[in-house]
Design a protein around this ligand. Sequence first.
Ligand code: SAH
Ligand code: MG
Length: 196
Amino acid sequence: MVNLEELEKVKKKALEDHIPIIMDDTLEVIKKILEEEKPKNILEIGTAVGYSASQFARFAPEAHIDTIELSEERVKEATENIKNIGVQNQITIFLGNAVEILPTLNKEYDIIFIDANKGKYPIFLEEGIRLIKNKGLILADNILYKGYVLSDYNKHKQRTAVRHLREYIAKAIEDTRLESQILEVGDGLAISRVSK
Ligand code: SAH
Ligand code: MG
């Protein structure tokens, strides 16, 4: 049983700690996708404190979720949170850099959720295409990055991230294996159906 009270506590603390957890309207879209697709295997890149992974476990009770997180401290907190929420049997956390971990994975996933370092999104998409099953879905959060991606002017600080997010969008649209939509929910969500 998913402990919704604990889940709400994790959300509240994450927001207090300024951890960029998935936004409510984005989660609403993903909830519908999970209910329709009924995935068995989900891969998440960017666990943070385990909030989105726990929500996915809640809305896809048949699914196992592999999730990758770079920060040891966050992995510790996520492990604790996931246990308190009661979804530990559904979730496996990998500690490390997804750029290094992804090439070592060989499972086939029904859904892949990208939600980590924006500068690495094109690499995550490449690895995602390799790991997704035929007709599976690759989702990428924060794809419009506070509107910066659609803006002509960007501060130096955001420029590299913006360049890589635009590269992701271009590939999502141009690669004939991908059928993509870019939604303006939350911080922007890319949804690509992959034909292999
Ligand atoms: N999916 C979470 C939020 C993730 S925030 C939720 O909605 O609840 C992004 C996380 O990605 C951060 O915790 C950050 O440490 C992690 N991250 C950034 N770059 C990464 C990388 N290259 N590999 C693995 N994790 C990474
Ligand atoms: Mg995000």
